[in-house]
Design a protein around this ligand. Structure first.
Ligand code: SF4
Length: 332
């Protein structure tokens, strides 16, 4: 059984680097925030980051590639167990960062054995420059919640000039020229895009798009607009079946057998700070936190109990497995 040094997870002092977090699709995913704030071409009603502050389709160096690489270098210098993926995402749409290509190239050169993933809302995928910049990436995770125009405007609230048919055409074009893996995600919100018309259109689209993986999910924490509500599990299951999606995307809530390094043992305060930092990025289960942060499960469970008692953490409802998230008073 291989052993690696008992490295500590990223301390909260990093500005753009976060995690690793447990991802059902990517394993232990070390995240980079390419925006540094809520900057997006959409302003989705379900967005966990909150309302978009800069609503734009213009690409700019929101965070310089050199700064992101510097934080990665620092993290690897600390001797952590390498992540399964370096994931480019953040508090908005990462392809809006005009230094995406430079960043991908430098990460590929400096850490050639670690796969790179990019999360995207697909709005810029029709662009030639974005398609070229993503060519070196191992996995692209585009989202496409609806193919019904009225639902798209209600749900995703795109900035002026974003056109749904151009997005779907851009995805198909990207699929033809990209040789890496594509994991498509569809997020359903009760009463908005959970319609039969959308399901039928998406089914036809997926048959042509033919991604390596499809995930149909719903909200696990409050969105930017109070009207946004998750759909029931029974509906989720029927959509997954209809679209050939993974039936259990939270399967990674149990730590996989390949996770063979010894758990990290820190003092209670350090564990609480690290867990709080990780939950600030996304809600997670006990097992996901233990897996991503390499803590003993018992330490994570005890710390979550304590954080719940002091009102820092809450249990989110609506899923079979309990997810923990930051209480609204603790979020930015
Ligand atoms: S695309 Fe993502 S980051 Fe942008 S508003 Fe929607 S959910 Fe938030």
């Amino acid at each position: 059984m291989p052993k690696t040094s008992q490295a500590q997870p990223a301390p909260p002092s990093y500005r753009y680097l976060f995690g690793p977090v447990a991802s059902s699709r990517l394993g232990r995913s070390l995240g980079l925030d390419l925006l540094g704030g809520p900057i997006c071409s959409f302003d989705c009603v379900y967005c966990e980051v909150g309302r978009t502050k800069l609503h734009t389709c213009q690409r700019r160096a929101h965070v310089p590639a050199s700064r992101l690489v510097q934080e990665l270098r620092q993290w690897f210098k600390e001797g952590h167990q390498p992540p399964d993926y370096i994931t480019l995402g953040g508090q908005g749409e990462p392809t809006l960062n005009s230094e995406l290509g430079t960043l991908v190239h430098q990460v590929r050169q400096q850490w050639p054995t670690i796969p790179i993933a990019v999360l995207t809302n697909s709005s810029l995928l029709h662009r030639e420059d974005v398609q070229e910049e993503l060519a070196e990436v191992d996995t692209v995770l585009p989202s496409l919640d609806t193919l019904v125009d009225t639902e798209f405007h209600h749900l995703n609230r795109p900035c002026t000039g974003v056109d749904l048919s151009r997005i779907s055409q851009g995805l198909l074009e990207f699929r033809r020229r990209y040789s890496g893996k594509i994991f498509l995600e569809i997020l359903l919100v009760h009463g908005i895009n959970d319609t039969a018309e959308n399901k039928n259109r998406l089914r036809e689209f997926i048959a042509e798009f033919s991604p390596q993986r499809v995930d149909v999910v719903t909200m696990t924490r409050p969105g930017a607009f109070s009207e946004a509500r998750p759909i029931p599990n029974s509906i989720l299951r029927s959509w997954r079946e209809a679209l050939g999606a993974c039936q259990d995307p939270v399967a990674r809530s149990s730590a996989p057998e390949t996770h063979t390094t010894s758990p990290v043992h820190l003092d209670g305060q350090a564990i609480a700070a690290t867990i709080t930092n990780s939950l600030a990025r996304r809600p997670q289960t006990v097992d996901q936190l233990a897996f991503a942060l390499n803590f003993a499960r018992s330490d994570v469970a005890a710390t979550l109990d304590a954080l719940q008692n002091q009102g820092t953490v809450v249990v989110l409802t609506g899923t079979d497995v309990p997810y923990y998230g930051l209480a609204s008073s603790e979020r930015n």
